[in-house]
Design a protein around this ligand. Structure first.
Ligand SMILES: *Cc1c(COP(=O)(O)O)cnc(C)c1O
Length: 412
């Protein structure tokens, strides 16, 4: 930090303030996590100094022998982690991994069938404000209004009627198990490709705690920074038959030089994820989500689909008469960070919403267990019952800080 503080005290001070924010609060954003020191060190390394356009053994620049070693390790470990035949670790982000698969399989104007953003899908799955909604035609499925879970029969019906080129599954705000095999079967029935985007649940999938999509759907894309607990980035897995078209779509199709410092850090993350302790960690994420769900329901809150199978929970605030935005802000004042989220059959705009999304990966990384989850559920319940009670929010904020202090971000 001292080099940075000497050269750029403004940025050094901003980073320090952000460190304090992370240290003093409870991070319940379901897509966030804390990386290990080893991952941080690889990300901040001199691997960033090199151009390595191309792939190991086939680069456009000299001097890539060590970059080849790093990228081969990352690819081999990712394949081992998920049992994949082929892996591409170069996508700069989850969106770019998706972009590459679309570019490999679809022509402009082809039809994509995907999950509605407002019911759990992702921007890069065909939203009109994303390139996906402008380059491709999009048809969408949602959740069943009664069960608030995916109705595979309904998806199949749309697929048969619309005949998409690509069926996309995987979600950003869906608390239940996804049947990837059912999606691939629907795709096979209409001669479409199937892509599973496991960005949120990659850690659960890697450890066998959620059924896998790898080797089941034609393509699997992921981020490396959510439940996988690695550096910010993306990756693609597929069978050997699609390897060449995926690699060509990533580079030179979508990207230039790979972020080699990030690829080195991905290799470190995959090594960490191959350890037995990573399975324990993911098991605890799920146990924590269940404990938090119970606690929130005891507080009288309604959860979308009635609970959770994974790392996240969607709270429906409709009967509380408050918006997701108001709830997010009130909890934020007590150092509890969550995000407002649309819920099935949302009546409000995505900037306001009627729901909250809560996730346990980051607090589980700090070592918190069911007891703390129960307590946090109570804090959330109390604040949501009384969001204008500033003394209460201040008091809970102090309790939150002392809970956070018992679980340091980096104990060493
Ligand atoms: C987070 C997420 C992504 C996008 O990741 P970025 O790295 O932010 O581009 C893609 N798909 C799903 C389902 C996600 O949840």
């Amino acid at each position: 930090m001292s080099y940075l503080a000497d050269t750029d005290p403004e940025i050094a001070s901003i980073i320090h303030k952000e460190f304090e924010r992370q240290r003093d609060g409870l991070e319940l954003i379901a897509s966030e996590n804390l990386v290990s020191r080893a991952v941080l060190e690889a990300m901040g390394s001199i691997m960033t100094n090199k151009y390595a356009e191309g792939y190991p053994g086939k680069r456009y620049y000299g001097g890539c022998e060590f970059h080849d070693m790093a990228e081969n390790l990352a690819r081999d470990r990712l394949k081992a982690l998920f049992g994949a035949e082929h892996a591409n670790v170069q996508p700069h982000s989850g969106t770019q991994a998706n972009m590459a698969v679309y570019f490999a399989t679809m022509k402009l104007g082809d039809l994509m069938l995907s999950m509605k953003l407002s019911q759990g899908g992702h921007l890069s799955h065909g939203s009109p404000v994303s390139f996906t909604g402008q380059f491709y035609r999009v048809s969408q499925y949602g959740v069943d209004p009664r069960t608030e879970t995916i109705d595979y029969g309904a998806v199949e019906e749309i697929a048969r009627k619309e005949r998409p080129t690509m069926i996309v599954c995987g979600a950003s705000a869906y608390p239940r198990t996804i049947d990837f095999r059912a999606f691939q079967e629907i795709a096979d029935g209409v001669d479409a490709y199937c892509m599973a985007d496991i960005a949120h649940i990659a850690g659960l999938v890697a450890t066998g705690l959620h059924p896998t999509s790898v080797g089941v759907t034609d393509f699997t894309t992921t981020t490396t920074h959510k439940t996988l607990r690695g550096p910010r980035g993306g990756a693609i897995m597929c069978n050997t038959e699609y390897a060449a078209m995926v690699d060509k779509a990533v580079f030179p199709g979508m990207q230039g030089g790979p972020l080699m410092h990030t690829i080195a850090a991905k290799a470190v993350c995959f090594k960490e994820a191959l350890r037995p302790s990573f399975k324990e960690y993911n098991r605890q994420i799920i146990k924590n989500a269940r404990a938090m769900a119970e606690s929130l329901m005891e507080q009288g809150l309604r959860l979308v689909s009635g609970g959770t199978d994974n790392h996240l929970i969607l709270i429906d605030l409709t009967d509380r008469g408050i918006t997701g935005l108001e709830a997010e802000q009130a909890l934020g004042r007590a150092h509890i960070t969550v995000n407002k989220n649309t819920i099935p059959n949302e009546q409000r705009s995505p900037f306001v919403t009627s729901g909250l999304r809560v996730g346990t990966p980051a607090v589980t990384s700090r070592g918190m267990k069911e007891e703390e989850m129960h307590q946090i559920g109570e804090y959330i319940g109390k604040i949501l019952k009384d969001i204008h009670n500033e003394p209460l929010i201040r008091k809970i904020g102090e309790d939150v800080r002392s809970m956070a202090a018992r679980f340091p971000l980096y104990p060493d």
